[in-house]
Design a protein around this ligand. Structure first.
Ligand SMILES: [Zn+2]
Length: 319
């Protein structure tokens, strides 16, 4: 744990203490009960650790205007999400002095909900019985009663079992990745021929490669990451070379000498060696494509891989 985290946790501990709640360093959140409502406080975005989000299970038929009212009443509330029995209040970045009076903030939320006829409840069945906080995947919380939690756990365990038997079809995945990369390459070449290097085309190449890999392979793993990176790298290299080959063919008069696209494509290393093509121009367009593809592809890979790893994760926060 870094120095920065220690600092946050010191302040989280302060919040937890002032609210008589518990800090869980393991899950990076605070949980407990405030005036009968089970609540979970967690930093929704890592970049804004004091923009805590309050999750609570509360039930009332109809009337979702409460979300609007909370947002209008408290200036430090950023957003209120209210769906079924799940209420999420996203707070703005808090100043340190506000942290020590956090209890008042939570008590005010509880009082407002109570005055509107809300009851603490299980998010799933809506029964007003003692609930528990559950963590499902990254940054997704539920407040459930024991019965609903047991049922959800069983369902998750079944899915995990099913998933562990599912084999990753690497060859099919590779074919998918190549199709995705080909779509992206076609776009790069089409737009590149018109003389443009755009962020969009590289982005499409990256995303299409990963998405089609997953669709065809049925499962993601560290092998998927390697396969996708290789396919993306090869596609970007070939696309850039093709864009240059078209430029030589059409603009440098190669066509008049009876040369074909393929001739130009094969000729490129020699042209660079003979300084007919400025190697820094050539490299800089390649680097641009790599960067744009990385933005789409690596981002997509990271999120797919993370969601794969977090799939079927369902743990009680309260020990
Ligand atoms: Zn329930």
């Amino acid at each position: 744990m870094g120095e920065k985290n220690e600092y946050y946790y010191k302040n989280y501990q302060m919040i937890a203490d002032s609210c008589l709640m518990t800090l869980s360093k393991e899950h990076g959140l605070i949980y407990g009960e405030v005036d009968g409502f089970d609540m979970v406080l967690y930093p929704k975005k890592k970049s804004t650790p004091y923009a805590l989000t309050v999750v609570l299970g509360a039930v009332k038929a109809g009337d979702a205007d409460i979300a609007k009212e909370i947002k209008n009443t408290y200036k430090f509330v950023n957003e209120v999400k209210f769906k079924d029995n799940h209420l999420e209040i996203e707070l703005k970045e808090l100043k340190e002095e506000a942290l020590s009076s956090f209890n008042n903030i939570l008590k005010a939320f509880a009082a407002l909900l109570k005055s509107k006829g809300f009851e603490p409840a299980c998010e799933n069945c809506g029964k007003s019985i003692r609930t528990m906080e559950y963590l499902q995947g990254e940054g997704s919380f539920q407040i459930l009663c024991d019965e609903c939690a047991d049922e959800a756990k069983r369902k998750f365990a079944g899915k995990a079992e099913e998933n562990s038997h599912k084999r990753e079809r690497v060859i099919l995945g590779l074919i998918g990745a190549i199709i995705g990369a080909a779509i992206g390459s076609a776009l790069i070449i089409l737009i590149g021929r018109a003389g443009y290097v755009t962020t969009f085309t590289g982005f499409v190449l990256g995303i299409a490669t990963v998405l089609l890999y997953r669709k065809f392979a049925g499962k993601m793993s560290i092998i998927s990451v390697i396969v996708c990176l290789i396919v993306m790298g090869a596609a970007v290299y070939l696309s850039n070379r093709a864009v240059w080959a078209y430029a030589i063919l059409n603009n440098a008069g190669a066509k008049e000498y009876g040369m074909t696209f393929l001739d130009c494509f094969m000729w490129i290393p020699d042209l660079i060696k003979e300084k007919y093509i400025d190697s820094s121009d050539y490299t800089s367009s390649l680097v641009k494509y790599i960067l744009f593809t990385a933005v789409g592809g690596v981002g997509m890979l990271a999120s797919e891989f993370r969601s794969y790893k977090l799939e079927n994760r369902f743990v009680p926060i309260r020990k």
